[in-house]
Design a protein around this ligand. Sequence first.
Ligand code: SAM
Ligand code: SF4
Length: 334
Amino acid sequence: MTPRPPAQLIDRFGRVVDYLRISITDRCDFRCVYCMAEDMTFLPRAQILSLEEIYVIAQAFTELGVKKIRITGGEPLVRKDALSLLNNIGQLDGLKELVITTNGSQLDTMSAALKAAGVKRINISLDTLDAAKFKVITRTGDLQKVLDGIQAAKSTGFERIKINAVILKDRNHDEVCDLVQFAVDNGIDISFIEEMPLGVVSKHDRSEAYYSSFMIKQDLAQRFNLIASMEKTGGPSNYFTVADTQTRVGFISPHSENFCSTCNRVRLTVEGRLLLCLGNEHSVDLKAVLREHPNDTKVLKQTIINAMQIKPEKHEFNIHEQPVILRYMNMTGG
Ligand code: SAM
Ligand code: SF4
């Protein structure tokens, strides 16, 4: 008998989906102006997946060929028992990479435990090096605590640490060079992200605050020699290396450079919705399937396989119009 080929999730456009991002909470200790409204209502407990349910779904995905899982949120490290979930997911057969995106506020105490749980790489959000601006952008955050968290992550020795910076015109666009210098000085990477129109925000007009990757590159060219890299990390980032350093600079440009043709990912919201695309509402309710068939992961797996048929070809973001996507990034698993 010929051995069965390994399972794979493939969509209508021939794209193989081997990457799952899981939002394990919609809650957060920050209220970043581009991510949340100031006065957020969070989901009631009954509406969110339990940690056990998240694990069962993660396991189903790895059995269907998913090799990389990113734990995100909201702020994933504010969910109670996040570490035990990470530990369990880290041991799933077939999983090659367990990674996390965090705002860094808990890393000073949790870094070592994250590494022990099997987390290999870590993305930390940092939009500014100015404490006052940090407070304005995050509404509640303490810059020093995040900087301490970054140092703790460095000492822990993850394979790779990357800063994520969302750049907004007239808020932090003047800091792009300083942020790259910070990455160089710390021997870590950095990605710049164009703001995406998810949910209605009150503090700024997204169209007016748009600062493109192209403009960031022009600013960086004044101070750094960026060498284009052919490297792809399986994500939407286009990478450059800062000459004579280890630091890579990535650009995630949903508006100026569409990256959908190579999309390899889907997202699980904390409500148990499987989102097939960040910029569309096509989704399947995995929580309902799981709760209807608690002891039968075959139905769950078949639902996931079928869901690939509704994965859209590309996102439909337009920052010049009112957002069509009313869910916020913290609900989405950014
Ligand atoms: N709380 C964690 C953090 O901030 O890193 C993880 C969740 S957060 C939603 C994940 C990433 O999404 C962060 O790097 C954040 O800057 C980014 N983000 C949030 N809202 C965004 C938006 N509207 N457009 C682009 N990026 C956004
Ligand atoms: Fe929280 Fe991250 Fe959203 Fe900021 S970007 S409010 S840290 S979930």
